[in-house]
Design a protein. Structure first.
Ligand SMILES: Cc1cc2nc3c(=O)[nH]c(=O)nc-3n(C[C@H](O)[C@H](O)[C@H](O)COP(=O)(O)OP(=O)(O)OC[C@H]3O[C@@H](n4cnc5c(N)ncnc54)[C@H](O)[C@@H]3O)c2cc1C
Length: 323
């Protein structure tokens, strides 16, 4: 039976949502599912990993994994791979996931496919479905060689626990020769309120049509009324109007909310690739020929600076209830 590994990542002592999604996707492939956790807070997530299908958890708790970025994790993971020879290794396509996967592949010469949306059985092994050409086409790639790796995009699978229980835990030690050449000096958490962009059920996104950074205030107001999060196009991120963390699209985040409201966004392919999976798309744009209308379920042709305040007044008058 094949052995599939998921590199399970923690954010602030909790499993990253993408790790739970990847575990869910991996479970559908059958085989023995195992997780690797290299984080000082890892002991707290072992039960959850079991619920999501991991029969074994390789657990490293050394503080160095947090202090020294990806180097020690990639080193230890390489040792584990050489020892246990998994048939497939899945990572969430996060900053750390990409960093660790790249270093692992460089150490052991493993195959890597990035931007993966799905993994399917193929022959005696697996193939990865990834999106190319600005997400206009999907390509299926056979994963050859020992322990091939796939970097899976967020929201490729819907996270759902299975019926697993307490997994076997294998303690992993950090060898003294593990490289520790880069040390984290400071971590700054940007204060935010409301749901996270990637997890929000409603996303209100703004583009250059907002005309000035201060006009994002009306999107904040609308998002708050709908218990949603505020996103943005790259044009306004590049202009310094909002932080990069809000960018939706090819070089930003992928979101799949119930409702996506695009305000003054033209609908360039590089933007829509990050939001076209939303269940309902509403677009507000003064140009009736804007490409975003081709994707939208509801289109409002008008000035965003008039339409959004009118929407806010209407919601306030109705005593908006978050979905
Ligand atoms: C390699 C690469 C990667 C990229 N990655 C991303 C990415 O991740 N995310 C992303 O978003 N983009 C990305 N881009 C940029 C993308 O191609 C577009 O340039 C960008 O999405 C345009 O942003 P925008 O829609 O806000 O601006 P514009 O294209 O300038 O559109 C502004 C829209 O606002 C409308 N408008 C103007 N005034 C009003 C008003 N008062 N009321 C209503 N509507 C109004 C206009 O009709 C227009 O449709 C990438 C580009 C490249 C080359």
């Amino acid at each position: 039976m094949s052995k599939i590994w998921v590199y399970a990542e923690l954010t602030n002592a909790e499993l990253a949502p993408v790790s739970l999604e990847v575990l869910t996707g991996a479970r559908q492939l059958g085989g023995d599912l195992e997780a690797v956790v290299l984080d000082p807070a890892g002991a707290g997530v072992v039960e959850t990993l079991g619920e999501y299908g991991a029969g074994t958890v390789y657990l490293g708790l050394d503080p160095s994994y947090r202090e020294h970025l990806a180097q020690p994790a990639a080193f230890v993971l390489a040792g584990l791979v050489e020892q246990h020879h998994p048939d497939l290794i899945l990572f969430g396509a996060t900053y750390d996931g990409r960093d660790i996967c790249a270093r692992l592949s460089a150490r052991l010469g493993l195959t890597v496919v990035a931007n993966v949306l799905d993994v399917v059985p193929h022959g005696n092994g697996y193939a990865a479905v990834s999106s190319i050409f600005g997400a206009t086409q999907n390509v299926t790639t056979e994963l050859l060689g020992p322990s091939p790796c796939a970097l899976v995009r967020a929201k490729s699978f819907v996270a759902a626990p299975g019926s697993g229980t307490g997994p076997q835990v294998v303690d992993v030690a950090l060898p003294p020769e593990a490289p520790t050449g880069a040390r984290r000096l400071e971590s700054v958490v940007t204060p935010s309120s409301g749901p996270k962009l990637e997890e929000a059920r409603v996303v209100v996104s703004g583009g250059r049509g907002l005309q000035a950074p201060e006009n994002f205030r009306i999107l904040e107001q609308l998002a708050e009324l709908l218990n949603g999060a505020v996103g943005a196009s790259r044009a306004v991120v590049d202009a310094g109007w909002v932080p990069y963390a809000r960018q939706v699209g090819q070089t930003g985040k992928t979101v799949k909310p119930d409702v996506y409201i695009a305000c003054g966004i033209s609908g360039a392919m590089q933007h829509t690739v990050g939001m076209k999976g939303a269940s309902h798309i509403i677009a507000i744009n003064k140009d009736r020929d804007a490409p975003i209308f081709k994707l939208s379920d509801l289109g409002v042709v008008g000035d965003v600076l008039k339409v959004v305040p009118a929407l806010i007044s209407e919601l306030e008058a109705r005593g908006a209830q978050a979905p």
